[in-house]
Write a protein that binds this ligand. Structure first.
Ligand code: LHQ
Length: 261
């Protein structure tokens, strides 16, 4: 698939996916959802990709669903079907990808654009970034995973406030609430987020993928189940080449050269 609404580049183990419809603040139309899903499939399949870096071109990360595209649909357009066939699969492609996903939030992330941010594993925000659960402004409820992901990140009270009020949350407040990992000066965002992504890509990415799976699963399991699941996944990590490399490097007092296998 050739892409018209996203940019896709791989370098140094990092696949950079840039949402690229800047005139509409990178709002998602059907084509952009499909291209992003295809890009994530490539990331999953390629051994050259050990980390994904998401960002937006222009002044926004993403303004969410393209509302102009929605308004031009016929009256029997089903939002539920649209979500099930598009965004739900996109969000699961991000959260089930067993590779770290970093979002470099370069500007406003609204509606489903905010949900996509929340589905990343690490969020680095420009000081110009803001987060808007814009759904209620158009009479909708949070979707594309926001009810689940946002509540787990910031708790019910703040999630409800964001969803009901739909006010922009600044980067500094987002940091204070645990919604982002770091806030950086706008002009340093590309460099700093790329450094995070490269560092993750050089890490024990097999283990980073397994821990992502375990962390998501822990949200819906008992402690006893989590302990059992950890022991299964640790069995896998413990048989990896990376564990041997890590162990030998520790004994030799060297930096490990992890391969992600
Ligand atoms: C846009 C959009 C946009 C199209 C800005 N669409 N053009 C899922 C399934 C199905 C149905 C519905 O929804 C969903 C999930 C959702 O995502 S619902 C939530 C959808 N998103 C929103 O409600 C956010 C709408 N946008 C805004 O509130 C503002 O644009 C924000 C606060 C993001 C930015 O405000 P400003 O910085 O003042 O920019 P602007 O409003 O002037 O926008 C710049 C341009 O981008 C403008 O186009 P124009 O031709 O006039 O220059 C906007 O129309 C366009 N744009 N968001 N979602």
């Amino acid at each position: 698939m050739t892409y018209e609404t996203i940019l896709y580049e791989v370098a140094e183990g990092v696949a950079a996916i840039t949402l690229n419809r800047p005139d509409s603040l990178n709002a998602f139309n059907d084509q952009m959802i499909a291209e992003m899903r295809d890009g994530l499939k490539r990331c999953r399949q390629s051994q050259d990709v050990r980390c994904v870096l998401l960002t937006g071109s222009g002044r926004a990360f993403s303004a969410g669903q393209d509302l102009k595209a929605v308004s031009s649909r016929s009256t029997d357009f089903s939002i539920g079907e649209h979500l099930r066939k598009g965004y739900n699969r996109l969000i699961l492609a991000l959260t089930e990808l067993e590779k770290p996903v970093v979002a470099a939030v370069n500007g406003v992330a609204a509606g489903a654009g905010c949900s996509v941010c929340l589905a990343a594993d690490i969020r680095i925000a420009s000081h110009r970034a803001s987060f808007i659960q814009a759904f209620s402004k158009v009479g909708l409820i949070p979707d594309s995973g926001s009810t689940w992901l946002l509540t787990r990140l910031v708790g019910h009270g703040r999630a409800y406030e964001m969803a009901a009020m739909a006010d922009p949350i600044t980067a500094d407040t987002a940091l204070d609430w645990g919604l982002v990992n770091q806030v950086v000066p706008h002009d340093q965002l590309p460099e700093i987020s790329a450094a995070w992504a490269r560092r993750l890509a050089e890490g024990p990415t097999l283990a980073l993928g397994l821990m992502k799976r375990a962390l998501y699963r822990s949200a819906t399991s008992s402690l006893a189940d989590a302990l059992l699941y950890e022991s299964h996944l640790q069995e896998v990590a413990g048989r990896s080449e990376d564990f041997q490399r890590g162990l030998q490097a520790f004994l030799k007092k060297e930096e490990p050269d992890f391969k992600g296998r």
